[in-house]
Design a protein around this ligand. Structure first.
Ligand code: EZ4
Ligand code: CO
Length: 402
């Protein structure tokens, strides 16, 4: 079998997605997600200008060699644009491999290690009371794990909380909006939020929280300590993670489990975090981590250090990545939890998929390959629209991490 053609589908059914479709001379095609929120067209052009021409004529079964060819062969390694493009190719090839062998991708990754993939939902509210109600609403939907975020008194908006009544979507059409931030207000507020949530839901539910890279290590240590009585499943992205040993200080101070890695793109972003046992969950996604080929190695490396997976699963990762995460999560031994932020109805119509949610778990389905396809005609009705994530400033105007 040979790769005969590859094309890129850019569409915006509610939000932007970049999808790679690889076709073979045997009539089998595979899909890969190449979406990088706010930088979509850079990945599309990396693929069309630099990767696709090198793929034509190659054997799609050679996933290891093609990955090495694209990673090492470029000389210029790593970075989110490069790795999202390589990730899209790798996932599309595994999809083809599964279809050609007439088996779901999870069987190529080790088979089923569990009945389903434990997922966590996103709950949020403008106030603590609204956030508590939303956590309860998700538990009523059967979720066994819920992430809670709430608005903060004194701040107009914050990460994880929608501005109006629409569902939360961090990227906004047009140029970047600006929000204001105060770590002081956030640190005072967040333990109160979890006290109320825990009181309302009891101990039998996993609670999670995303700090979204906004604290310093000593501030994160304080937050982790103050959240200890509420037994979080994890505290996510407490600090910006370029400095891996920033996590050492947090780790030495608190037993609140730590998760990070949604913005990482190779093992070299997480090597020390894992080996030093400074984190509990590694959150790299299949797309931004460069595909199944490296993610499987990273998960196996993490397993040696008691680190489990918790793959990023926000709506800016397309249903192709969601499917990939579910095949991966059901197969690997050190799976922890999977983020589940449901896509809009428009997105689910464009990307028809076999995976489904039931009673706190998701299931990848038994279709050969990934079990996702794209309706290209429908996709063409939703053209790309420029969109960005917000930027963030402290109350005095200093630009800070969003
Ligand atoms: O802000 O995916 O845990 N989830 C997250 C996400 C990120 C977006 C950025 O594109 O932090 O909501
Ligand atoms: Co996050």
């Amino acid at each position: 079998m040979k790769i005969q053609n590859a094309s890129i589908i850019i569409c915006s059914p509610g939000r932007n997605f970049v999808t790679l479709k690889i076709e073979t001379d045997e009539g089998i095609h595979g899909l890969g997600d190449a979406t990088l929120n706010g930088r979509e067209l850079a990945v599309a052009s990396y693929l069309s200008e630099h990767l696709i021409p090198c793929l034509i004529g190659r054997d799609p079964f050679q996933t290891e060699d093609i990955w090495q060819y694209l990673y090492r062969g470029a000389y210029w390694r790593r970075g989110p644009v490069t790795m999202a493009a390589i990730g899209a190719v790798d996932v599309a090839l595994w999809d083809i491999k599964g279809k050609a062998l007439n088996t779901p991708v999870y069987n190529l990754l080790g088979g089923k290690s569990r009945k389903g993939v434990l997922v966590y939902a996103h709950a949020h509210g403008a106030t603590v009371e609204e956030a508590v109600d939303d956590v309860v609403r998700h538990i009523d939907l059967g979720y066994l794990a819920v992430r809670a975020q709430s608005g903060i008194l004194g701040l107009e908006s914050t990460y994880g909380v929608p501005k109006g009544l629409q569902s939360y979507e961090p990227a906004e059409r047009g140029l970047p909006s600006e929000s204001r931030w105060s770590s002081e207000l956030y640190l005072r507020h967040t333990p109160k939020l979890f006290q109320k949530v825990r009181e309302a839901v009891g101990e039998n539910v996993h609670l999670l929280h995303d700090c979204h890279h906004r604290l310093t290590p000593i501030e994160a240590a304080r937050l982790g300590k103050e959240l200890e009585p509420f037994h979080l499943f994890w505290l996510e992205d407490p600090v910006p993670a370029e400095l891996q040993d920033g996590f050492k200080l947090i780790r030495e101070q608190t037993t609140t489990p730590i998760a990070t890695g949604e913005v990482f793109n190779t093992i070299w972003d997480a090597h020390d975090l894992i080996q030093q046992q400074w984190i509990d969950y590694i959150r790299m996604s299949i797309v931004h981590g460069g595909g199944f080929t490296p993610l499987k190695k990273i998960a196996d490396f993490a397993a040696l250090y008691h680190v489990r997976t918790g793959c990023h699963g926000a709506t800016d990762l397309s249903p192709v990545t969601m499917a990939a995460a579910l095949h991966f999560g059901i197969a690997i031994h050190n799976f922890g939890i999977q983020e589940h932020m449901p896509h809009s109805a428009e997105t689910d119509e464009v990307f028809r998929h076999q995976y489904r949610y039931e009673a706190g778990y998701m299931y990848p389905g038994n279709a050969p390959g990934l079990g996702v396809d794209i309706d290209e005609k429908l996709a063409s009705k939703y053209p790309y629209q420029r969109a960005y994530l917000p930027i963030n400033r402290k109350l005095d105007g200093t630009l800070t991490d969003w």
